[in-house]
Ligand binder design. Structure first.
Ligand SMILES: Cc1ncc(COP(=O)(O)O)c(C=O)c1O
Length: 488
C-alpha cells in the first residue's frame, strides 16, 4: 500500500478506559500542580532570559487588546515574540530556541517553514503577486488534489478561515434541505461565528461564552454530548417536530482535536442517524485533514460525510486558509453569479481575498509534498514515540496525569480543565484553578524549551526525528519530578 493510502494513527486507543481515567483526573482526584519553589525558578527564567519578548509584548498591550491577537499566543507569564521558525524549532527575539509542538495550531505537518513549499510560493508571488481578484489555475489544482484524496469532496469552495468554512457549511446545508437546526457535538470548536460560539470546550455549557451575540443567533443551534448517540437521536426526533435538522457538525476525533476522544464507531453511528433523518453530516477536518492521512479522518474511519470543512490544514500553514467541500448537489448552492443551487437558491458566500494564488499554491504544493514524503506517517510515528515517553514519565513519577495520541496529535492532560464534567458541583470553583495549573505547565514547558498548545496539546510534524522527540522527553522529564497536590 502506498503511503498515500496509509494513516498516521497506528492504533486506536481504548477510548472507554481512557475516558474513565480522564474523568477521574478532571473530576475526582485533587489538583496536581508544579511545586511552588520550582515554579518560582521557572518564572525567574522568563525575567532573565526573555526580557526583549516582555518589553515588546508589554508595549503591545497598550495598542492590541490583551497584547496578543491570537488565542494560541497567550502564554503565561507573558507571550513570547517569535522571530524564526524552521522545521521542529522556533526562536524568540531573545535568541532562545524551542522545540515546537504548537506547529501553528496544527497545519504545518511538514514542519515549520518547509523550504520546498516556501520556494514554490515565492515563485507564484513573484509571478502573479498574492492576489488578482481573478481566477488562477492553482485554485483548480488544489480542488483536484483534495478531490483525489477525499473523494467525498466532489466540489470545493476555498475561503479564508475555518470559521468561515463552518458558517458556509451551515448555510449550504440549510439552503439544500430547507431544514432549520444545526446540531454540534458539545465541547467542539467550530470557529467563532455567531451561531457556533455555543457548547464550547466543556459539553453542556450552551451559550456560556456567547457574549455580544444576540440569543436569536444561536436559537437554532443545539449541542449533544460526545459519544451519546441516544441523545442525538432524541434531539433529531424533537427537531423533526419543528423544522428539522439541516446538519450535524462533528470533529471526527472528538471535541478539541480529540481532547475528549470518541469511540471508534461514533462517526459511523452519526452517519447512520443522519441518513435516517435526512440530515447532512459535516466533518470538521480543520485539524485532521491531511494530518490523520491524506484521506483525512473520513478516510481513516471510512465514513463519507456530506460536507467537509477545511481550515488551516488546507494551505499548509500559509494564510488565507479555509474551505468547504462535498456533495455536488449541496455544493452547487455556492455557484457564483446568478445560477445558484437547487431551486435557484444561492447560499451566498464571499471574500475578496479568498482563493488567492498564494493560499491555493501553498495548499497544492503542501499536499504534493505530503504525498512525496509521507509526512503524515513520520509525524504519526513521532506522536507515538512522544506519547509513549510521556506515559513512562508519568508512571515512573507515580502521577495520575494522562497522555494519549491519535497519530501526530498528542494530548498531555494534567490540569484537565476542559475535561471537567458540567455536572461536577465544583466546576465553577475548580475550572479556573485547573486553567491556572495548565498555564503554569505551559510556562514550565517553555522555560524547558518546549512550546505546546496551552500546556496540554502537542502536534508533531515530519521534522520531529527520534532525536528531537528524545530531547523533548528529557526536557519534560525535568518537570515531572516536581509535582505536588495543590492545597486549598
Ligand atoms: C476543529 C476546528 N474547527 C474550526 C476552527 C476555526 O478555524 P479558524 O481559526 O481558521 O477560523 C478551528 C481552529 O482552531 C478548529 O480547530
Amino acid at each position: 500500500m502506498s503511503t498515500k493510502q496509509q494513516y498516521s494513527i497506528s492504533h486506536w486507543p481504548d477510548t472507554e478506559e481512557l475516558q474513565k481515567r480522564l474523568y477521574r483526573l478532571a473530576n475526582e482526584l485533587p489538583i496536581h500542580q508544579i511545586k511552588r519553589s520550582k515554579m518560582d525558578e521557572y518564572l525567574k527564567h522568563f525575567d532573565e532570559k526573555c526580557a526583549r519578548s516582555k518589553k515588546i509584548t508589554d508595549r503591545a498591550k497598550e495598542l492590541i487588546p490583551g497584547g496578543v491577537q491570537h488565542n494560541l499566543a497567550f502564554n503565561y507569564p507573558f507571550p513570547l515574540a517569535i522571530t524564526k521558525a524552521d522545521g521542529a524549532y522556533l526562536w524568540d527575539v531573545d535568541g532562545n530556541r524551542y522545540i515546537d509542538f504548537l506547529q501553528a495550531g496544527g497545519p504545518t505537518l511538514l514542519g515549520s517553514n518547509y523550504l520546498p513549499v516556501q520556494e514554490k510560493v515565492i515563485e507564484v508571488i513573484r509571478e502573479s503577486g498574492p492576489v488578482t481578484g481573478l481566477f488562477h489555475e492553482y485554485e483548480l489544482k488544489l480542488a483536484e488534489a483534495i478531490h483525489e484524496h477525499m473523494p467525498s469532496v466532489e466540489m470545493f469552495r476555498m475561503l479564508m478561515s475555518g470559521t468561515e468554512a463552518c458558517m458556509a457549511a451551515a448555510r449550504a446545508a440549510r439552503c439544500f434541505n430547507g431544514k432549520k437546526y444545526i446540531i454540534k457535538i458539545g465541547g467542539a470548536y467550530h470557529g467563532w461565528s455567531d451561531q457556533l460560539v455555543f457548547g464550547m470546550r466543556v459539553p453542556g455549557v450552551g451559550p456560556l461564552d456567547a457574549h455580544g451575540i444576540p440569543a436569536g443567533c444561536y436559537q437554532f443551534t443545539n449541542e449533544v454530548f460526545p459519544n451519546d448517540i441516544d441523545a442525538l437521536q432524541k434531539r433529531l426526533e424533537e427537531n423533526e417536530k419543528d423544522g428539522g435538522t439541516a446538519a450535524v457538525f462533528v470533529e471526527p476525533l472528538g471535541p478539541e482535536s480529540g481532547t475528549r476522544p470518541v469511540l471508534r464507531d461514533f462517526n459511523r453511528n452519526l452517519r447512520d442517524l443522519c441518513d435516517r433523518f435526512e440530515t447532512l453530516l459535516v466533518f470538521d477536518e480543520v485539524v485532521t485533514g491531511f494530518r490523520v492521512g491524506l484521506g483525512g479522518a473520513q478516510g481513516y474511519f471510512n465514513v463519507k460525510p456530506d460536507l467537509t470543512v477545511f481550515g488551516k490544514c488546507v494551505a499548509g500553514g500559509y494564510p488565507g486558509a479555509g474551505g468547504v467541500g462535498g456533495r455536488k448537489d449541496v455544493m452547487s448552492g455556492f455557484a457564483a453569479g446568478l445560477a445558484g443551487g437547487p431551486g435557484g437558491k444561492r447560499a451566498f458566500v464571499g471574500g475578496t481575498l479568498s482563493a488567492n494564488p498564494l493560499s491555493c499554491a501553498a495548499g497544492y504544493f503542501a499536499i504534493k509534498a505530503i504525498e512525496e514524503t509521507g509526512a503524515h506517517l513520520k509525524a504519526g510515528a513521532a506522536g507515538d514515540r512522544l506519547t509513549k515517553g510521556l506515559v513512562d514519565i508519568f508512571e515512573r513519577n507515580r502521577l495520575p496525569f494522562v497522555a494519549f495520541n491519535h497519530g501526530s496529535i498528542c494530548h498531555m492532560e494534567t490540569g484537565a480543565a476542559m475535561l471537567m464534567d458540567i455536572k461536577n458541583p465544583n466546576i465553577f470553583k475548580e475550572v479556573g484553578q485547573r486553567k491556572k495549573v495548565m498555564e503554569e505547565m505551559g510556562a514550565a514547558l517553555m522555560a524547558e524549551g518546549v512550546i505546546t498548545l496551552a500546556g496540554s496539546r502537542l502536534y508533531c510534524s515530519m521534522a520531529d526525528t527520534d532525536d528531537v522527540i528524545d530531547d523533548a522527553l528529557d526536557r519534560l522529564d525535568r518537570i515531572f519530578g516536581h509535582i505536588e497536590i495543590k492545597q486549598g
